[in-house]
Ligand binder design. Structure first.
Ligand SMILES: NC(=O)c1ccc[n+]([C@@H]2O[C@H](COP(=O)([O-])OP(=O)(O)OC[C@H]3O[C@@H](n4cnc5c(N)ncnc54)[C@H](O)[C@@H]3O)[C@@H](O)[C@H]2O)c1
Ligand SMILES: O=C(O)C(=O)C[C@@H](O)[C@H](O)[C@H](O)COP(=O)(O)O
Ligand SMILES: [Zn+2]
Length: 363
C-alpha cells in the first residue's frame, strides 16, 4: 500500500493506493452522523458489495444514490438530483459523502458535497485509472452544453482511497483513457523520463505492478503541484496541458463520444505542435507522442469530424482564457511547461498541421 500526502490550504489528506485500500474507510466515518454514497451505476453493480463490506457498521444505514454511468451524470439535472438526495437522506454538516466511480461520478459527487449546505466532507473512492488524476486536488464540476466543467468548485476530499483491485474490470478503452493523463503527468514533470515512457509503454502488455507505478507517480506529480497552487493561479495550470484543444474535441464529440483521456491525447499532440510553432520546441517529442498514441490505439483521426471553427468556439470558453485571449500550456521541452498567450491564427495553423500529421485532409 502506498500513501501520498496532499497538503493544501483548505485541508491536508492522504491518498491511499493499493489492493484493499477501501479497508481504511470505516475508520474515517467514525464521527459522521450520516453516511451517503453516490455511485456510478455500473461500478455499483460490479463492486457495490465490496464497498458495502468496507463500510462496516456504517453500511447498515448508508444512503445510496446510483447515477448514470460515465459522463452522462455530469449534468445540472443530476447535480439537482444529488442535492435532493442528500437532503432527503437527512445529511447534515456532520455527514460524509462517498464518491464511488470514475472521474465523472467523482466530479459530480464532489461538486454535490461542495454545494450541499455550502460544503460537507467527502471521500473519493476512485475506480478508474484516469481517476488517479480526477480524485486528487479538489477540482469538482459538471458540464454545460457549451463547455466542459463549466460549473463547479474547488473542494478537497478528506481522503482518497484508491483500491487497485477494482481496476481489474476496466475495459481496454478506459485503460487507454486513464494512461493519457499518466503520460501527461510525466511529460509536464520530467525531461529524462518522457522519451522512455513513450518508447516502452504498451498498454496491452502492462503488468498490474507497472500500472500502479504509473498511477502513483501521477498522483505524486499532481499532489506536489496542487500543494503549491491549489486554485490554479500559477503552476496548477500545467496540469491542464492538452486540455484546451482536448476539452474542445471532447465537447464537440458530444460528452462521452470520446473518452476524456482520448481527447486529452489529441489535445497534447496539438499543444506540442503549437509548442514547435510558438515556443521553439523540437519535433522529436511530438513525433514520439504521436507514435505512442498510434501504437496504442488512440483515435487521432476523430478530428476529421470536427471543423476548426467549432473547436475554436469551445476553446474561447477555456478557463485559462483572459481578456479575450487564449492561453495554452506549451512545452518548449519535456518537464518545462509554460503558459503562453496564443492568437486564433496560431491555433488555426496548429490545427491545420495536426490534421496533416494525423493523416486527415486539412480544412
Ligand atoms: N477533477 C479533476 O481534476 C479531473 C481530472 C481529470 C478528469 N476529470 C474528469 O473525469 C472524467 C473522466 O473520468 P473517467 O475516465 O474515470 O471516466 P468515467 O467516470 O466516465 O468512467 C468511464 C467508464 O468506466 C466505467 N467504470 C468505472 N470504473 C469501472 C471499473 N472499475 N470497472 C469497469 N468499468 C468501470 C464507468 O461506468 C464508465 O462507463 C471526465 O468528466 C473528466 O472531465 C476530472
Ligand atoms: O487538476 C487540474 O488542475 C487539471 O487541470 C486536471 C485535468 O486533467 C482535469 O481534466 C481537469 O478537470 C480540467 O479542469 P478544467 O479547469 O480545465 O475544467
Ligand atoms: Zn484531464
Amino acid at each position: 500500500m502506498e500513501t501520498v500526502r496532499v497538503d493544501t490550504k483548505e485541508r491536508s489528506y492522504d491518498v491511499v493506493v493499493g489492493p484493499n485500500a477501501l479497508q481504511k474507510l470505516e475508520r474515517l466515518l467514525a464521527d459522521a452522523d450520516r453516511v451517503a454514497v453516490i455511485a456510478d451505476e455500473k461500478v455499483a453493480a460490479l463492486h457495490g458489495d465490496r464497498l458495502r463490506t468496507a463500510l462496516g457498521d456504517a453500511g447498515n444505514e448508508v444512503a445510496w444514490l446510483n447515477v448514470p454511468s460515465g459522463e452522462s451524470c455530469k449534468t445540472l439535472e443530476w447535480f439537482g438530483n444529488a442535492q435532493q438526495f442528500l437532503l432527503e437522506a437527512g445529511c447534515t454538516r456532520q455527514s460524509v459523502l462517498i464518491a464511488f466511480g470514475g472521474g465523472a461520478c467523482g466530479d459530480l459527487a464532489g461538486y454535490a458535497a461542495a454545494a450541499y449546505m455550502r460544503g460537507i466532507r467527502f471521500i473519493q473512492c476512485p475506480t478508474t485509472i484516469l481517476a488517479h488524476d480526477s480524485s486528487v486536488g479538489g477540482k469538482t464540476a459538471i458540464n454545460l452544453p457549451g463547455g466542459k466543467n463549466m460549473t463547479g468548485a474547488f473542494h478537497q476530499p478528506i481522503a482518497v482511497l484508491y483500491d487497485t483491485e477494482l481496476l481489474r474490470t476496466l475495459p481496454e478503452v478506459e485503460i487507454r483513457s486513464g494512461m493519457a493523463e499518466a503520460v501527461k503527468h510525466v511529460l509536464i514533470s520530467s525531461k529524462e523520463d518522457a522519451p522512455e515512457i513513450l518508447r516502452t509503454v504498451e498498454l496491452g502488455k502492462m503488468s498490474e505492478e507497472e500500472l500502479i507505478r504509473h498511477i502513483v507517480r501521477g498522483i505524486r506529480v499532481k499532489a506536489d503541484i496542487v500543494g503549491r497552487d491549489e486554485r490554479e493561479g500559477s503552476v496548477r495550470k500545467y496540469l491542464n496541458f492538452g486540455h484546451t484543444y482536448g476539452h474542445a474535441v471532447e465537447a464537440a464529440a458530444g460528452y462521452g463520444g470520446l473518452t476524456h483521456g482520448e481527447a486529452v491525447m489529441i489535445g497534447m499532440i496539438y499543444a506540442l505542435i503549437l509548442s514547435e510553432q510558438k515556443a521553439g520546441a523540437g519535433r522529436e517529442l511530438t513525433d514520439a507522442l504521436q507514435e505512442f498514441a498510434g501504437r496504442n490505439g488512440y483515435p487521432l483521426k476523430e478530428i476529421a469530424d470536427h471543423p476548426f471553427e467549432k473547436l475554436l468556439g469551445y476553446m474561447k470558453k477555456d478557463k485559462k482564457a483572459s481578456f479575450g485571449d487564449l492561453h495554452f500550456v506549451l512545452l518548449p521541452e519535456a518537464g518545462a511547461p509554460d503558459v503562453r498567450r496564443v492568437t486564433e491564427e496560431d491555433c488555426r495553423e496548429a490545427d491545420r498541421e495536426f490534421r496533416i500529421r494525423a493523416g486527415v485532409k486539412p480544412e
